[in-house]
Design a protein around this ligand. Sequence first.
Ligand SMILES: Nc1ncnc2c1ncn2[C@@H]1O[C@H](COP(=O)(O)OP(=O)(O)OP(=O)(O)O)[C@@H](O)[C@H]1O
Ligand SMILES: [Mg+2]
Length: 257
Amino acid sequence: METKTDHTILKTEIEKMNSAVELKHLKKSFKDKHVLIDINLKLAKGENLVVLGKSGSGKSVLIKCLVGLIDADDGELIVFDKNISETSSDELNTIRKKIGFLFQSGALYDSMSVRENLEFPLRDQKKIFKAELNKLVEEALADVGLSEAIDKMPSELSGGMRKRLGLARTMILKPEIMLYDEPTTGLDPITSKEISKLILEVQKKYNTSSIIITHDIECAKITANRIIILKDGLLAAEGTFKNLEKSEDKWVRSFFE
Ligand SMILES: Nc1ncnc2c1ncn2[C@@H]1O[C@H](COP(=O)(O)OP(=O)(O)OP(=O)(O)O)[C@@H](O)[C@H]1O
Ligand SMILES: [Mg+2]
């Protein structure tokens, strides 16, 4: 683990905070490929946690286990103090609704307009009136600075605008936990910076707790309250941007160069 003193201070701070998510001894292998060996992690309420690691180190697998897209082989997952393995399917549905997941691709529906893309996640909310629906859609678009695109089709949007729309569509359900997989990949540095700032604004406005996977060190710098680095199925380092950037470990520093 990273420089002991800093790390200890951080750990103590995190321990004191209420956690949104806790992972205990999470394990996941695909056949004989051990991707996650023993992951222990706490995401504090309101925290932005950035996950770094080389390609193939298991970052996406980690958050897919968290949302239940992949079944972990072993370990405990605790979301808002509820142990997932001990919840009924109703409870599990309620918990799942609190978690938003922004896929790398944005996963937009290209045959639907911007407005329809935003209405789609709300389709199950039976008692929602048209006026309220409009208000939610408009607010979600305003949050990401995309108000004027409401009647456009996704194909008419730039890469950055598509990311914004993806974010708006996830945020419209007001998730308490947000998971971002490479939110700035494929964007130019200026647009990446805008998206990173948007992630921070969203966290502040709604007090969401977020896990952000990224290769984009500028994004990490803007968004992270804390950073972890995955290696060989374990957490190889943990700290703030400042203390990891100055780490004595060359390998840790290499992520920040
Ligand atoms: N469904 C799957 N079946 C088999 N192997 C998988 C599956 N999903 C992931 N893996 C393997 O698990 C390892 C970790 O994959 P993962 O997608 O989590 O990497 P990553 O850290 O997100 O990489 P990148 O930075 O390139 O996105 C890889 O070796 C990958 O091939
Ligand atoms: Mg990945």
